[in-house]
Ligand binder design. Structure first.
Ligand SMILES: Nc1nc2c(ncn2[C@@H]2O[C@@H]3COP(=O)(O)O[C@H]4[C@@H](O)[C@H](n5cnc6c(=O)[nH]c(N)nc65)O[C@@H]4COP(=O)(O)O[C@H]3[C@H]2O)c(=O)[nH]1
Length: 816
């Protein structure tokens, strides 16, 4: 097909135009192109003419061209459209194409719009970036032309208000989104911006269309025209709810940490020497260091000379290994006072897991520690004296035994018991008693070496441990020193008090198995020291042990005897100088099923020590009075019943009543009851004794002073005692016939008794010789084997039926 040639002026335009021109037929075949077509796309006209116009078009746009051609062929008009042309070198050139149909030909004009397309593309890209930025930072833009008065919101601002994108509110509506407390503020700053051009930057709260509360940062500024007149307000609105929440949470955290009672300290783990970067108020309060004084320093300024090096190492190690550490460390306050710091340290890691800080939570547990120390001191020490108690003593004892064994030394245990402490306590009061105990404790401690132990073992009992003695005998000088020191006078409120101690000693050369045994041994020895007269000491011996064991066994047996009534009473006649039996003395007999007869001399003193004497005495009194009634019923002359009264029995309150009751129960006339008391009983607490005796006398009961001559009764005291009879001890009788001194004593007693109006009974008359001699002294009564041995009731009854004893006879009365 021949090319369609442009004609005339049109040719000029065709040739010189900056736009592309071409003519195509209705099939789309290129008929002619202008030079711009050639130069822009780089084709030679010869290469293109006669070919379909699609060869210079991006294949993607072929359908566009097809559609346009079809419409032109149908005689329709078409609007300009954009296509992408392909240059010969492969470049893409955007063209805006217009086409109109002529006769058998279509005229096509195309304009290079690549620049515009590039700008459009850039704009789209920018818009997209703007949207991304807005969406990511939750920030949107707005403006308001003052002349119009309607705010224009960006998409993001619409979203912030939960409004549909594209929504354009009125100014009132926009402001109404703010919460009441924020609303007045936005109104004020916005007005100021519009009227005075003052920029603003506010953090305020809105309530969205869907009722959500959001914090927003609103920034605004005024835009002026060339004349300086404010024509627009514009700015941004950013959703800062998340940041606000975080800030609020942080503030809460900080307030919490600040108000915590525990000290909190944070150090920077990434700077040399871990400087403190934060301390809370509790830290300041506990340590006394202000925040300014602490910041920038390493925590070790809280440590001091007494800080345990092992704890320091533990701390350092934990920090080096970047792990949790818990220590209780001795720290120092600013004023130098030490305190116990219960410290937890933990590493603080960043998102990458790197330790950036260490946080330490500290607690001042000084008071708690002191309380614990006090508790453990209390658990181990006696409250009154502050001395170690039994618990601590046991530990020290075990330790002492161990050392004695290891180093072949001696350990001595002293059991110290104060003599007659109870009466001081009872009569002078506990205050005085406490004072004595405290003073004794102090004196004992002063006399001992620092490594010795003084412990309070019980009421008035102390135990001293002397470990590390080279020789057993070394203990003696200590004991003597202690006895002397304890017995020195005590002054209580200007009154002099005296007390002594008895000390039992037990030593261990390391061979003893159970340390407690040593205390038992020392206890036994102390007991012996007491019996030896007090204010003295006694060593523990195996013999002592044997005796004590025996006593313990006897005590058990005695208890059984009381419960099973293994006792019996024998009666020994008391002979009037006329020869008749004037009375009998009740003497207890114990027949033990296995041991046989146990003499009263063995078990009565034990029973007195243990208190078992009370039930025994009650039984004796009851039985003797009953038997006395029987005897008197069968006898023509009255027979007195003499009963031994033990010291404990006599001193018990209610003794008088018990005598009355027994007399009443048995029906024995009081005058036929004679109570035998020893000198020892009567010497104790004189006034009280005299009153008790007088009460008994008023009852009509007789009182005899037993074992007279063996004690140390003063004669003037004897004069005041309301007694009836003296029983001269048999120790004076044995040699009375041959020893002039014994004879003189007995004679003197008889004469004195006569002068005092007292009856006399001579005990232990065993031979006729003794009797004949004594008879010359004109004694009132006699008692002894010469006349009769103690005998059972039945034997006595028979004895009483025998003829009267002829006291004038030279022969034994039993043979009469
Ligand atoms: N060598 C010798 N001894 C003679 C002679 N005549 C009597 N005896 C003994 O001398 C003791 C006299 O009793 P006592 O001095 O009160 O001494 C009593 C008394 O203190 C105490 N006793 C005995 N029975 C009781 C009792 O029922 N209650 C209390 N509390 N003590 C009692 O036991 C002590 C010893 O009693 P017994 O062994 O029964 O010893 C009795 C008696 O058997 C004699 O001619 N020659």
């Amino acid at each position: 097909m021949p090319p369609v040639e442009p004609q005339g002026k049109l040719d000029q335009f065709f040739l010189l135009s900056q736009d592309l021109f071409c003519c195509i037929d209705f099939a789309g075949t290129l008929l002619s192109i202008n030079p711009t077509f050639e130069s822009l796309l780089g084709y030679q006209a010869e290469a293109l003419l006669g070919r379909p116009c699609g060869v210079v078009v991006e294949p993607r746009d072929h359908p566009v061209i097809e559609a346009a051609l079809a419409r032109v062929c149908r005689g329709e008009k078409i609007n300009a459209f954009d296509i992408c042309a392909l240059a010969v070198d492969g470049r893409r050139v955007w063209l805006e194409v217009s086409a109109s149909a002529g006769e058998q030909v279509i005229y096509v004009i195309a304009r290079d719009i690549s620049r515009r397309k590039a700008v459009e593309k850039q704009l789209r890209r920018n818009q997209r970036l703007f949207r991304i930025a807005g969406e990511t930072a939750h920030i949107g833009g707005w403006y308001m032309d003052l002349a119009v008065g309607l705010p224009i919101w960006s998409e993001e601002v619409c979203r912030l208000h939960d409004m549909p994108v594209g929504h354009q509110p009125t100014l009132e509506e926009a402001i109404a989104f703010y919460t009441p407390s924020s609303r007045s503020r936005i109104q004020a700053v916005f007005t100021n911006c519009c009227e005075k051009g003052i920029s603003f930057d506010e953090e305020l709260e809105i309530i969205t269309q869907q009722g959500r509360r959001r914090w927003v940062r609103v920034i605004g500024r005024a835009v002026r025209d060339e004349l300086g007149k404010i024509i627009q307000a514009q700015g941004s609105t950013q959703d800062i709810t998340e940041r606000k929440d975080t800030e609020r949470q942080l503030a809460l955290l900080e307030r919490s940490v600040e108000s915590s009672t525990n000290g909190v300290v944070i150090v920077d783990a990434q700077r040399p020497d871990l400087p403190i970067v934060y301390v809370n108020a509790a830290f300041e309060r506990i340590t006394g260091y202000s925040r300014e004084a602490a910041l920038g320093r390493n925590c070790r300024f809280l440590q001091g000379i007494d800080t345990d090096p092992a704890t320091q190492v533990q701390l350092r190690k934990g920090i080096k290994e970047q792990r949790d550490v818990h220590v209780v460390i001795r720290n120092y306050r600013r004023n130098g006072a030490p305190f116990w710091n219960d410290l937890y340290i933990s590493p603080v890691r960043d998102e990458a897991g790197v330790v950036t800080h260490f946080i330490g939570a500290q607690n001042d547990i000084t008071a708690q520690r002191e309380y614990q120390a006090q508790l453990s001191h209390n658990a181990n020490h006696d409250a009154l004296t502050g001395l170690p108690n039994r618990l601590l003593l046991d530990q020290r004892l075990a330790q002492g035994c161990l050392l004695a064994r290891r180093y072949q030394r001696y350990l001595a245990v002293l059991f110290i018991d104060l003599d007659d402490f109870k009466p001081i306590n009872d009569t002078l009061g506990h205050e005085v008693g406490d004072y004595i105990l405290l003073e004794v404790a102090k004196r004992l401690e002063e006399e001992l070496r620092p490594w010795d132990t003084v412990a309070r073992f019980g009421g008035d009992e102390f135990i001293v441990l002397l470990p590390d003695l080279a020789h057993e005998d070394d203990v003696l000088q200590v004991v003597e020193r202690l006895l002397a020191r304890v017995s020195a006078p005590y002054w209580y409120r200007s009154n002099e008090l005296r007390i002594t101690a008895s000390i039992g000693i037990a030593t261990n050369d390391g061979t003893i198995q159970t340390p407690r045994q040593l205390i038992q041994q020392a206890d036994l020895a102390m007991y012996k020291a007491k019996r030896r007269g007090r204010n003295t000491f006694q060593w523990y011996t195996d013999e002592l042990n044997r005796k004590v064991t025996e006593r313990v066994n006897l005590r058990h047996a005695l208890q059984q005897a009381i419960e099973q009534e293994q006792f019996e009473l024998h009666y020994q006649p008391q002979i009037h100088h006329s020869g008749r039996v004037a009375g009998v003395e009740a003497l207890i007999r114990w027949y033990h099923p296995e041991r046989g007869n146990i003499p009263p001399g063995q078990f009565i003193p034990l029973a007195e020590d243990t208190g078992q004497i009370i039930p025994i005495s009650e039984w004796v009194m009851e039985t003797a009075c009953r038997d006395a009634v029987v005897l008197n019923a069968e006898s023509a002359t009255p027979i007195t019943m003499a009963i031994n009264v033990s010291p404990m029995q006599f001193q018990r309150p209610g003794f008088l009543d018990s005598v009355k009751q027994v007399l009443a129960r048995s029906g024995l006339p009081p005058a036929l009851l004679e109570l035998e008391l020893t000198e020892g009983v009567l010497m104790d607490s004189a006034e009280h004794t005299i009153q008790a005796l007088q009460a008994l006398r008023q009852l009509g009961v007789h009182i005899a002073l037993d074992d007279f001559g063996t004690g140390f009764s003063s004669l003037s005291y004897l004069k005041r005692l309301p007694i009836n009879k003296l029983k001269v001890d048999r120790s004076f009788v044995g040699d009375v016939a041959v020893d002039s001194r014994d004879a003189a004593i007995v004679e003197g007693v008889v004469t004195m008794a006569d002068k005092l109006g007292l009856e006399v009974l001579i005990e232990g008359v065993e031979t006729a010789e003794q009797f004949h001699f004594l008879r010359t002294l004109q004694c009132g009564h006699y008692q002894g084997y010469y006349f009769a041995r103690p005998m059972a009731l039945s034997a006595l009854k028979a004895y009483l039926k025998t003829p009267l004893v002829v006291v004038a006879s030279q022969e034994s009365p039993t043979s009469l």
